[in-house]
Design a protein around this ligand. Structure first.
Ligand SMILES: *Cc1c(COP(=O)(O)O)cnc(C)c1O
Length: 445
């Protein structure tokens, strides 16, 4: 067991799986010297933009968006009302609908598609098939498929990252291999296999699937391993979401400045997706944006890493947690090595969510707005309530001198549209049953 500098109170609360809001004492400090250049965000935006004609050529379902993979920002007045919020005193709630992102059905489309496109571009340029300034649609030709079939793209995943990488890589003709933990959902494996992806199953948790994938890939020539624990290409694919969100907020008439703070609540697994989005938003909006991560009580890996103050890896197992949660997209024991040093000065805080509360929130979203998401994707919904009702949340608002009346709250919904109907109904039925158990609704309403 590593030495932890968590306070005894925090440690005890984490170990007893009490939901809590942790505020980051290092928020606002300078980024480390090793922080990646902000130009890499612009580079990712440019890559995604120049690849839209290619994406439209590869995926007929992108015809209406001209190849752009983006999601709507939806006003969430009904959800806000259902959960006791008040638009006059706390500002307006929105939901960012990444649960509907095309093709991959989750937030992983952002990072995953970006990384596979970057690999494809670099191979094609190196092999003289693509001019660096050329039309990317050449990557959808038979000649390109033949070239890519000599290469494999490998990833270790609990599910959604595998779906995103696997489907994108297979669409370009790569030999796509997804290493999954045995607990990954059967429908995800089925869906991948149907798309021509090879699925390799492993005993143990997500980190072990990643490690197995990394090892097999390093031994093979012409194999690119997408490393969820350290990939900059994934990270910047996520970061590219920021500019689009800023545009959507402007279109919705929401100002973001000192008098109009923006709060963003992001479900967090290894930290790559929420960390990349936070990095992008902080680069654009600075102190006016306040990003909070939501983690399951059994898997608060970013909280534990940041609160420990240590540069050495710290895992939830080190404090006796078991990393067992129904939020399979968030079931990660140890935070990304790339992301935690960056979040150490950018993240406002982390709140934790018990599994039962995920279901209650998921049902509230369905009942109030007809939006159906998977348990992981419901994790952020409690965010505005933490700021409104909890002493820590109120202290945050007070200490930063924030006027909440004109605040905007963005709850990031991260996955769900590919989940089979029966499974969604099972989630909702479980939540309905919980609602009849006295005490089960605490904190959610
Ligand atoms: C992966 C995932 C997340 C979190 O992303 P990380 O990069 O692992 O932090 C959140 N929600 C869903 C549905 C996911 O699949």
């Amino acid at each position: 067991m590593v030495t932890l500098s968590l306070t005894p109170e925090l440690l005890a609360k984490l170990q007893s799986r009490q939901p809590l809001l942790w505020l980051n004492p290092r928020l606002g400090q300078p980024l480390p010297a090793s922080a990646p250049s902000l130009e890499l965000i612009a580079a990712a935006e440019a890559r995604l933009a120049r690849c839209t004609p290619l994406m439209a050529a590869l995926f007929p379902e992108l015809a209406s968006s001209h190849g752009q993979v983006e999601s709507q920002l939806m006003r969430a007045a009904e959800l806000q009302y259902a959960l006791g919020g008040n638009v006059d005193t706390e500002g307006a709630w929105f939901i960012k609908r990444d649960d509907e992102l095309p093709i991959a059905g989750s937030i992983k489309a952002r990072g995953g598609f970006h990384e596979v496109l970057a690999i494809a571009e670099s191979i094609a340029i190196e092999r003289d098939m693509l001019d660096p300034d050329g039309d990317r649609r050449v990557l959808a030709t038979e000649a390109a498929r033949k070239l890519f079939s000599q290469y494999s793209v490998t990833v270790g995943s609990t599910g959604n990252l595998g779906l995103s990488i696997g489907v994108m890589a297979a669409a370009l003709g790569f030999d796509a291999v997804v290493h999954m933990s045995a607990d990954a959902k059967a429908w995800k494996k089925y869906r991948l296999r149907k798309r021509g992806v090879r699925v390799v199953e492993h005993e143990g948790d997500y980190a072990q699937a990643v490690a197995a994938g990394r090892e097999q890939a390093s031994a093979a020539p012409r194999c690119h391993f997408v490393d969820d624990e350290r990939s900059a290409l994934l990270f910047f694919g996520y970061a590219a979401a920021a500019r689009h969100l800023a545009r959507q907020l402007a279109e919705a008439g929401r100002v973001v400045d000192a008098a109009h703070p923006l709060f963003v609540y992001l479900p967090c697994g290894v930290g790559g997706a929420p960390g990349g989005i936070t990095y992008g938003l902080k680069a654009l909006l600075g102190d006016h944006v306040h990003c909070f991560f939501a983690e399951p009580v059994a898997s608060p890996c970013v909280l534990v890493q940041l609160a420990s103050g240590s540069d050495d890896p710290v895992s939830v197992y080190d404090i006796g947690l078991d990393n067992r949660t129904d939020a399979d997209g968030l079931a990660v024991g140890q935070a990304s090595h790339l992301v935690s040093p960056l979040m150490a000065s950018q993240l406002a805080g982390v709140f934790t969510v018990p599994d039962d509360q995920l279901y209650v929130q998921l049902l509230a979203l369905k009942t109030s707005m007809g939006v159906e998401v998977e348990p992981s994707a419901a994790a952020g919904i409690g965010g505005p309530g933490w700021l409104r009702d909890a002493p820590e949340g109120r202290a945050y608002v007070r200490d930063h001198g924030l006027d909440m009346r004109d605040a905007t709250h963005v709850i990031w919904a991260t996955g769900g549209s590919l989940v089979p109907r029966e499974e969604l109904h099972r989630f909702q039925a479980y939540a309905t049953a919980l609602a009849h158990v006295p005490g089960a609704m605490h904190k959610a309403a």
